[in-house]
Design a protein around this ligand. Structure first.
Ligand code: ZN
Length: 212
């Protein structure tokens, strides 16, 4: 992960920046820009079916790096591009304890599925809600890496669950689609209320700042 060593370099240039940036400032801006907003249920953009990734270029690498930053910061163990409003078939996952073993799956396909596992799932796009979902316990997946190389990988248990959950996202599907419509409606109302409360608190904070 990129780490930021601000505070030891030269003083910041005046804002807005004029002329070419020194690399240290360009790097700092890159760090600030890395964390993307995660769309939340029931945002209709989460229902978009993502497009196949065709170009393995610097733009794609930027999206991958941003997605990793966003996933680690959330914190989460997986993130699909759809969740950050990028509608390309791309997911990032890291189930390692030390958060240093990212798996990047581009244009993933599930080749085989076996067994069944029921796991309590959550989702960065459905904050605060967890429910049991049944999925295949072992899968073999074929995907491309960040440079377009094709590889296959066997995934079991939590990793298998995570790959299936993230691959649902790029089809426009959410884990709450597996629960009853009654429960899903309850989750939708709760999240909408929380969003309204957050917006109200933010506007109160803005007004009190103006009053000072
Ligand atoms: Zn999710």
């Amino acid at each position: 992960m990129s780490s930021c060593a601000l505070g030891h370099g030269p003083a910041l240039p005046p804002w807005p920046f004029q002329g070419p940036l020194e690399p240290v400032f360009a790097a700092a801006i890159e760090v600030f820009m890395a964390i993307r907003t995660i769309l939340e249920f029931p945002d209709p953009r989460l229902r978009t079916r993502a497009q196949t990734v065709a170009r393995f270029d610097a733009d794609l690498h930027r999206i991958i790096d941003d997605m990793l930053e966003t996933m680690y910061a959330a914190p989460g163990i997986g993130l699909a591009a759809t969740q950050v409003d990028v509608h390309q078939r791309l997911v990032v996952i890291d189930i390692s304890a030390d958060r240093a073993d990212p798996l990047i799956l581009i244009n993933p396909e599930i080749l085989t599925r076996e067994g069944e596992i029921a796991t309590e799932e959550g989702c960065l796009s459905v904050p605060g809600y967890y429910d049991e979902v049944k999925r295949a316990s072992r899968i073999r997946v074929r995907a491309q890496d960040r440079d377009g190389n094709v590889f296959e990988r066997d995934c079991a248990d939590l990793l298998a669950v995570c790959v299936q959950h993230e691959m649902d996202h790029i089809e426009g599907k959410l884990f709450v689609d597996y629960i009853s419509s009654l429960k899903r409606e309850r989750v939708r109302k709760k999240l909408e209320k929380e969003r309204k409360d957050r917006a109200a608190r933010a506007s109160t904070a803005r007004e009190s700042r103006r009053a000072l």
